[in-house]
Design a binder for this molecule. Structure first.
Ligand code: PEP
Ligand code: MN
Length: 353
């Protein structure tokens, strides 16, 4: 439920609306806009009387949100969320390029990749240091030592860095070293982890679970948002289907669907979505054309030697080719994004009456 407040609401009126809500066991989420302020009501709303609230002084209107996710809903927040990381704006007009190895393998390896990503115009450096592997015998990552190399490489080449946290202790340990926390597909429903990340002031990159529905993905985002962290970036990384020629199936539909239902940015990960180097380029371009706010791709100087995910990693010439292809369609994609943003602006204006 959203309460749209009058422009000239008095402080006492505002306080008594909040008190009415909290006295009845629901929670208040305040959002002060430049034109209008709104109060999001979350939690148990059974004892709230919508018409009584509509009649309260200072209230312009009350809108109910039927979806189970509230703060993640575009009804609650009609404008696009833009997340600033260093000089990069995720969710703004320019799609963001995130690239790097599946795993940080050595100081030398990550510096080499960072130099190449920066040279080719990438924006954000990825690299796993805590690795969620299917087999306990596979390489599990270099931990904090790897995070130190990752950060140093990012600093050297002016690239913000992102790395995965698998458990609650990782959040504190990685906090000094990363700009964005990644939640892997296998952790999408680790609700304790999500709640802890919700208390952080760093952006969270939330990957869709291997068999998660759209509602489940947005409910996981809601866990982070409802703890106060509004910097959530969604990621489509493919889902498990009956299809056996790729590692996962890339769900293209979810990109425009998320754009309709939510204000949060969404990034595509064609490496994990396909598991195949040869499919990365077409899937990336399709995702961008469908409205994705960027892409994350695995890169390695010698993919056949990679400690993990070598067969879905691009080598440097392949990255260059992908980025050339992207630049070929970029102008057209930007026109589509501007058209979509005009529609969003019209809806925002309507929302504010
Ligand atoms: C990764 O990004 O390397 C990773 C393990 O991804 P996912 O959680 O999507 O499998
Ligand atoms: Mn990987």
């Amino acid at each position: 439920m959203i309460i749209v407040l009058n422009n000239r609401i008095a402080k006492e009126e505002y306080e008594s609306i909040k008190k009415y809500i909290t006295d009845r066991g629901a929670k208040v989420h305040e959002s002060k806009g430049t034109e209008k302020s709104i109060i999001g009501v979350i939690g148990d709303k059974r004892d709230l009387d919508q018409s009584a609230m509509e009649a309260m002084p200072g209230v312009e209107r009350v809108i109910s949100i039927l979806e189970p996710y509230k703060l993640a809903s575009r009804k609650f927040h009609p404008q696009n969320t833009i997340i600033q990381v260093g000089n990069i704006r995720i969710g703004d007009e320019e799609p963001v390029i995130m690239a790097g190895p599946c795993s940080v393998e050595s100081e030398e390896q990550i510096f080499d990749i960072a130099r190449e990503v920066s040279r080719q115009g990438g924006h954000i450096l990825r690299g796993g240091v805590f690795k969620p592997r299917t087999s306990p015998y596979s390489f599990q990552g270099f931990g904090i030592e790897g995070a130190r190399w990752l950060t140093a490489a990012g600093k050297e080449y002016d690239l913000p860095v992102i790395s995965e946290v698998m458990e609650m202790e990782d959040i504190e340990a990685l906090y000094p070293w990363v700009d964005i926390f990644q939640v892997g597909a296998r952790s999408m429903q680790n609700f304790k982890l999500l709640k802890s990340l919700g208390k952080s002031d760093k952006p969270v990159f939330l990957k869709r679970g291997l068999s998660a529905t759209l509602n489940e993905l947005l409910m996981s985002a809601e866990y982070i948002l409802s703890e106060g962290n509004d910097k959530v970036i969604l990621c489509e990384r493919g889902i498990r289907t009956f299809v056996e020629y790729t590692r996962n199936t890339f769900d293209l539909n979810i990109i425009p669907m998320i754009k309709n239902l939510s204000h949060l940015p969404i990034i595509v990960d064609p490496s994990h979505a396909t598991g195949r180097t040869d499919l990365i380029a077409p899937v990336t371009l399709a995702g961008l054309a469908a409205g994705a706010d960027g892409f994350m791709v695995e890169v390695h100087p010698r993919p056949f030697e990679a400690f993990s995910d070598g067969n879905q990693s691009l080598n440097y010439p392949q990255l260059e080719e992908l980025l050339t292809d992207w630049r070929t369609i970029r102008e057209a994609v930007l026109i589509l994004r501007q058209k979509k943003n005009k529609e969003v602006a019209r809806n925002v204006a309507e929302f504010h009456g």
